[in-house]
Design a protein around this ligand. Sequence first.
Ligand SMILES: Cc1cc2nc3c(=O)[nH]c(=O)nc-3n(C[C@H](O)[C@H](O)[C@H](O)COP(=O)(O)OP(=O)(O)OC[C@H]3O[C@@H](n4cnc5c(N)ncnc54)[C@H](O)[C@@H]3O)c2cc1C
Length: 122
Amino acid sequence: MDNIYAAGDVVQFKNKIEGLWNTAMEQGKIAGANMANDTAIYQSLIPMTVFTAFDMPLFSIGQIDKEPCQHPDCGSETVPYKQVFKENDAVCGAIVFDTVLAAAPYKEAIEQALPITTLMEV
Ligand SMILES: Cc1cc2nc3c(=O)[nH]c(=O)nc-3n(C[C@H](O)[C@H](O)[C@H](O)COP(=O)(O)OP(=O)(O)OC[C@H]3O[C@@H](n4cnc5c(N)ncnc54)[C@H](O)[C@@H]3O)c2cc1C
């Protein structure tokens, strides 16, 4: 649609409202560039949420509505809790009770669609 720009929580992208601040910021940059006659195209970011309650940090990253990995190293029996999700045996998401500093290997595995075995010793 010509001359209509949007970013953030009002945006539906690929039938989904992402509703996260990092996507809102990226969409804002893309919308701003296009408003200034640049040509920029928004690509989906890996969604990530970070949370701390009662001194318990946790984060989620990627798609967490896919198949849960059942392996003892990345399944829900891990202590502290961690659940990795897979799609076609590649890592696609995770929920981890840890600080965001621990997110790097998950992000890399999701970005590169690495096999689930990559995270067995994380
Ligand atoms: C409780 C909570 C926790 C969240 N936690 C996370 C998280 O851990 N990680 C994460 O990535 N995302 C989180 N989010 C989502 C994230 O905050 C939003 O996706 C992001 O802020 C969207 O940015 P936005 O610019 O679209 O909207 P907003 O940040 O809501 O900005 C909209 C602005 O417009 C202003 N406004 C509204 N109406 C008018 C008006 N008529 N005139 C002028 N100004 C107006 C509002 O006051 C507001 O400042 C959380 C959201 C909530 C509510």
